[in-house]
Ligand binder design. Sequence first.
Ligand code: GLU
Length: 503
Amino acid sequence: MCKEIRTRVAPSPTGDPHVGTAYIALFNLAMAKRNGGSFLLRIEDTDQTRTTADSEKQIFDTLNWLELGWDEGPDVGGNYGPYRQSERFDLYGKYAEELVEKGEAYYCFCTRDRLDKLRERQKAMKKAPGYDGHCRSLSKEEVAAKLEAGEEYVIRLKMPYDGETVIKDILRGDIVFENDKIDDQILIKGDGFPTYHLANVVDDHLMGITHVIRAEEWIASTPKHIQMYKAFGWDMPQFIHMPLLRNADRTKISKRKNPVSLNYYYEEGYIKEGMVNFLGLMGYSMGDNKEIFSLTEFIESFDITRVSLGGPIFDLEKLGWVNNQHMRMKDLKELTELSKRFFVARGFVSEDADEKEMKTLEKVVEILRETATTMKKLAELSDIYYVDDFKLPEVTEDMSNKAKKPIQRLHNAIKGEDEVKAIKCFVEKLELAPEELTVEEAKDILNDTLDTMGTGPGKVFMPLRAVITGRGKGAELYNVISIIGKARTLARIKNMNEQYKMY
Ligand code: GLU
């Protein structure tokens, strides 16, 4: 029988939760789910100086937001726990000792001072820095004496001095490393804590991980890991190194050039479907040029060998497009609920909005989601529906003529004789209408005004747009009127008349 496929994402809880963590989680999740296996979350908090509880919580929250859920993990448990490395510290020492016993690792008592001098010498000789194996040949007795004397030590892996280590990467084929260029990796640090390398290998083994899918940046670590598997006599997992996410200039994704925190994307109002779809596009193609898909579709058609290695660009414009597609496909009520926080933040909707308020919001969202790329943008584009007290924009000296023109036109539109008549005519008709107006009813009143005036539409709709929205372009007037209702439409016109003395 085939072994159950088990994959994991193993973030270190330092700093903000990184988009790369979600990206790697997604591919591990898909690999496990596509093959009926298990996906687990392991917290790699061996670096206690940089670990924070808050950062761990944010990893949980953001991966849960994206619904990249795990079958086993620190919060849900499982048969291979604990899933937080800080709760497994006792274990790693024992495994390091096992390698020492086998002659595959050794105690190293070199002082910081000696190591610094060694590095300086190597630098002067233009040699690659690395440990020189000074303590490799200490006898058992020498080691015992130093331990007895309380000398500080680390435990190092004994890398072979000759031969090669080959990573058999599913995507990249054989990656060959010459052993003499690989350092004797520290497994247990001076403070007794394990390094990432030891804890990672021990845990992948004990947790039955069959496929290690991680970012390209770990390739240099993998030969050390392979040597450890060999030294322990353990079966090796399959290795898959995903292409790095890149900034637009193709450098490794960095916060200086691209937001990398998942919190940022949550706060900007990307929806989980858009985010996951976009991450799925990173280095992967679904075939048939299909760019828009759900997590379920992604998993159903997942094939790890379809990952391409050309560094995927984390293109925010593309993300916006993908997100917009998903906002348009999403259940309107759900999207409205999700968007609410952004409207509350702008003071447009109350925290405890009643049904009527939510219904209005739903209409606003329905219209604006056609173009908005995020939920935050929905709220930013919605002033026209929520701000009643506005002025017309003014020209300023530093504006180009091109920029001045539409503003001047807007001011002229509420000064012309015909135009002012059209506004008055519209007001008279609107006053007779019911308070709540459907889009059709609003359209009728506008067309009625046009008929009565008998002028061109420019002389009717330009001034009405100016007094009802304060802008020359944008939302359909009938949508605005129907959403804000009769009373607010009239109030807006009254307010404009008070400011600009139109009649
Ligand atoms: N803790 C490592 C990280 O932060 C895990 C790398 C791996 O998957 O082996 O990405």
